[in-house]
Design a protein around this ligand. Structure first.
Ligand SMILES: [Zn+2]
Ligand SMILES: [Zn+2]
Length: 361
């Protein structure tokens, strides 16, 4: 079969590899669609995976073509989404069914082979059956959609909450959609990509504003500095600040701005993965105390084979079309075009959001 094998940092090769080997409890899935995640870019080009070679790709869907055990035969032919985290099922978090916090997990597409392949082997436990009206492309977005939902479910959402979301990107647009579904109708967002701003406004028809931050790529657009954006948000709330600030960036500056723009007693939801250490000035740190700010972290998504977990909730909302996924897909490329997709994801010369590689199944 064909697969994209990461043989070293920056060395992703489209090659023939042996079919994946199943073990007890596992299934063989023919991949239908696989999305490029923002985290795949450093994984492929700068930090690498845990060992080489590895087939990356953790956002994917497919059809079950074989199972190892006779008792799993009912899965053969089923269209499935795949929760990429393989928990140890022994640690305290796993015993509480909080698998996203497992202390000893495996991961499809980073710690072991994932979805940038024609076929991949996955545990039956990690599969979720798709309703007919969810396409393979949409199902490859269940993971980021569940991550966004998980984040939003970590915080309290009192009615009339006003939200500032810093760093609008794919996850931010999905978070905004979930906030809308949960009854929040006033969100200020900031970012470097006016395309994301207009897409958000198209798919969530509520009072959502986008503030474009200085960026050399968009010289002709109206832009402001990060600090001006924060002042604008504070001014728009008559000086009070927002009730919830969402940090989708993960830098010292973005956390600083969240602390500045949140009102006393407000909440900060930290979503973005940091690339470097985070430092706060004493006066800013002090505001966490003085404003009695609630700081909340979020990690991955919940999946425990129950209608209440994030994955089942995403499927329910995507299936009845209250949550939109396909609107975020800007590129559908054939399976042999992953390198082109990665080039688009890394360059700034055309608007891109979710980029998919697809096999016609
Ligand atoms: Zn991802
Ligand atoms: Zn565990």
């Amino acid at each position: 079969m064909k697969a994209y094998s990461l043989k070293g940092i920056g060395q992703l090769e489209y090659v023939d590899v042996p079919m994946p080997v199943m073990q007890s409890g596992w299934a063989l899935v023919q991949v239908g669609a696989a999305g490029i995640c923002g985290s795949d870019i450093p994984r492929i080009f700068s930090t690498g995976t845990y060992h080489f070679p590895t087939i990356p790709g953790h956002e994917f869907s497919g059809r079950v073509v074989d199972v190892f055990d006779r008792q799993n035969q009912r899965w053969i032919g089923k269209r499935v989404g795949i929760f990429p985290l393989i928990p140890c099922k022994k640690c305290m978090s796993c015993q509480n069914k909080e698998y996203e916090m497992c202390s000893d997990y495996d991961y499809l597409g980073s710690r072991r082979d994932g979805g940038f392949a024609e076929y991949t082997a996955v545990p039956v436990w990690n599969m979720i059956e798709l309703p007919d009206n969810i396409s393979m492309n949409e199902a490859a977005m269940l993971e980021p959609a569940a991550v966004a939902l998980h984040a939003v479910r970590r915080i309290r959402l009192p009615h009339n909450s006003v939200v500032a979301l810093l760093g609008l990107g794919t996850i931010g647009i999905m978070i905004t959609q979930w906030l809308h579904i949960f009854g929040i109708h006033k969100v200020y967002t900031t970012g470097h990509n006016p395309g994301h701003g207009s897409l958000m406004q198209q798919i969530v028809s509520a009072d959502y504003e986008y503030i474009n931050i200085d960026n050399s790529q968009n010289k002709d657009m109206q832009t402001v500095s990060e600090n001006e954006a924060v002042s604008q948000i504070i001014d728009s709330t008559k000086g009070q600040g927002v009730s919830i600030a969402v940090d989708c960036i993960g830098t010292s500056a973005s956390l600083d701005q969240c602390i500045k723009c949140v009102r006393p007693g407000g909440q900060i939801l930290i979503v973005g993965n940091p690339k470097e250490n985070i430092f706060l000035d004493k006066d800013i740190y002090w505001k966490i105390l003085r404003k009695q700010i609630h700081l909340t972290g979020t990690w991955n998504s919940s999946f425990f084979h129950d209608a209440k977990d994030d994955w089942h909730q995403v499927i329910a909302s995507a299936s009845n079309r209250t949550f939109q996924m396909s609107a975020l897909i800007t590129h559908r490329l054939s399976f042999d075009k992953l390198h082109l997709g990665l080039d688009i994801a890394r360059s700034h010369n055309q608007y891109h959001n979710k980029i998919m590689i697809c096999n016609d199944l």
